[in-house]
Design a binder for this molecule. Structure first.
Ligand SMILES: [Fe+2]
Ligand SMILES: [Fe+2]
Length: 194
């Protein structure tokens, strides 16, 4: 059975990391990662807003924990899923009329900037356990979230729908296998028995 990807998530509810069982449908797993990333963006905005809040209290420690866990553990896996597996598969399977090469170049450039900016955002978040962000720090965090949102919109609107259309069953099998290997899983049965 193909797992259902939840459609009605409230932004900001901040769920636990994407469930590995969703890897049965690797594109569904990527879509779920995108929902999660959107929630993390809302959370980063909330952290940044502490700079302007009355009394300038430190951000919620759980918000910081979740944002840091996402940026340090989940995001690198997600970027590798796309760069090393999904995008190359799409370059191979898409028709010229899809003009996918141009879109992928733009997305890879976004990834390059995200990888360059993430360490500084992590460094700033780690300064905020007991104080509010300074205005420059808040701007850095908000800018990072807004770039990530723009990237997500393009991937959700263009990449995932075309991938659903063009990738065949064996492409999806190889995508699933590579994503599982990246997470140290040898089979989906392993999840059922966990
Ligand atoms: Fe993505
Ligand atoms: Fe991406």
């Amino acid at each position: 059975m193909t797992p259902q990807v939840s459609q009605n998530r409230q932004v900001g509810t901040c769920l636990p990391p994407t469930d590995f069982a969703l890897l049965a449908d690797p594109l569904g797993f990527i879509a779920e990662d995108h929902l999660r990333e959107r929630e993390i963006c809302a959370l980063l905005d909330r952290i940044a807003a502490c700079a302007r809040a009355e009394g300038s209290a430190a951000p919620d420690a759980q918000d910081l924990d979740r944002a840091l866990a996402f940026l340090q553990k989940e995001l690198p896996l997600h970027l590798a899923d796309e760069e090393e597996d999904l995008f190359p598969l799409m370059r191979r399977c898409c028709e010229a009329e899809d003009e996918i090469g141009r879109v992928i170049e733009r997305l890879l450039s976004d990834h390059h900037h995200a990888l360059a900016d993430t360490p500084e955002v992590i460094e700033v978040l780690n300064l905020l356990w007991d104080r509010a962000p300074l205005e420059a720090e808040a701007q850095l965090i908000s800018r990072y979230a807004s770039h990530a949102r723009r990237h997500l919109i393009l991937e959700n609107a263009v990449i995932l729908p075309i991938a659903r259309l063009r990738l065949r069953a064996d492409d999806l099998d190889s995508l699933r296998l590579r994503m599982m290997q990246r997470r140290g899983l040898s089979s989906l049965a392993e999840l059922d028995n966990a």
